[in-house]
Write a protein that binds this ligand. Structure first.
Ligand code: TXA
Ligand code: MG
Length: 310
């Protein structure tokens, strides 16, 4: 399995669509199935940091960060070696590496000894899957062999950190927070919102563009959401059960009991999927008060999924 074919594997962040990262043919199938623009590079999943030498140029920061955060939801970008096919790195001279902690994925790496490229197992421009049902709702009959690992633990994609040059850049907020990394490294990190760039970098996909959360209206605060019109005709996603919406009780989806950021992150994408299944006129939600780094990551995903209402 996986030499030239695809498989869907669970990770602790979201489900991944895995293929042999060193096989142009296999990786081509990933781009085709996802409808993903070719210039958007893939993350290569490895068992541990010793696998990096063959495909990348590890530096001291890589070893420091992997000792502390791997296996886990931290993707690191390094200068790549020629063995990485252009299609895997989107034509860049860097490569993204991550060592997932989820056991089924690790077993697969161990048994196949393959470097596995694995983007989130969803169609391009759609919400990442946090359980097998979401994967099947994306790919239908074309779903590759799938390992069911239950609901993903974090529920949002890994933090992406570019350490390929002197200036360390955070390209995607995720479960490992910016503050935690800055404190650990004792140096500032330049934060650069890849998600916005990704949105811009994915033009020309209008034929397959279907946002499952469309139209999603994102309000800057709960108060703004509450004073908006058409509340009774919308599905409303709220951060926690202590918030109550006037006159609408049946179409509310809560992301947590008491506002715990980990719970919200775990439930966010599943809530988007559930809201979509209700086929309502529109979906409304609000941004979180950014009380911790994970809230920044969650707000990033919410902004990306919808339209901000000013
Ligand atoms: O949690 C995750 O990271 C999941 C699981 C399956 O591991 N994977 C995932 O992959 O989210 P994907 O392809 O959906 O997102 C990878 C992100 C993309 O935004 C891509 O542009 C960026 O990482 N990326 C990959 N290689 C890069 C590189 N060499 N330079 C800059 N960005 C890169
Ligand atoms: Mg993705």
């Amino acid at each position: 399995m996986l030499d030239n074919s695809l498989a869907v594997l669970p990770t602790e962040t979201v489900y991944g669509l895995a293929a042999n990262a060193l096989s142009t043919n296999a990786v081509k199938k990933v781009y085709e199935l996802k409808g993903r623009p070719r210039q958007n590079p893939l993350i290569v999943h490895v068992l541990d940091s010793t696998w990096a030498d063959k495909i990348a140029v590890p530096n001291h920061l890589f070893h420091k960060l992997t000792d502390r955060f791997w296996p886990g939801p931290l993707t690191l970008i390094l200068k790549s070696k020629a063995i990485i096919p252009k299609i895997t790195s989107g034509g860049l001279n860097t490569v993204a590496l991550r060592s997932p902690s989820c056991e089924p994925f690790r077993k697969c790496l161990e048994q196949t000894r393959l470097y596995l490229a694995a983007p989130s197992a969803n169609l391009s421009n759609r919400i990442s899957p946090t359980c097998v049902r979401h994967v099947i709702s994306n790919f239908g009959a074309k779903t590759p062999p799938t390992f069911d690992g239950g609901a993903a633990r974090y529920g949002i994609e890994s933090t992406v950190l570019d350490i390929s040059s002197k200036k360390i850049k955070l390209l995607r907020h995720g479960p490992i927070g910016l503050t935690e990394i800055e404190e650990f490294l004792n140096q500032p990190i330049f934060s650069h919102n890849l998600l916005v760039k990704e949105k811009l970098r994915a033009p020309g996909t209008s034929t397959i563009h279907y946002s499952p959360v469309s139209p999603l209206m994102v309000y800057k605060s709960f108060q703004d959401l509450q004073s908006s019109s058409d509340l009774s005709e919308s599905v409303i996603i709220l951060p926690h059960e202590l918030l109550k919406i006037r006159g609408n009780t049946k179409n509310v989806i809560y992301l947590s009991e008491n506002g715990n950021s980990q719970d919200i992150s775990r439930n966010l994408f599943a809530a988007f999927h559930e809201a979509d299944r209700k086929n309502s006129k529109e979906i409304k939600c609000c941004l979180l008060n950014p009380k911790d780094d994970l809230c920044h990551a969650i707000n990033d995903r919410i902004k990306r999924a919808g339209t901000i209402i000013d």
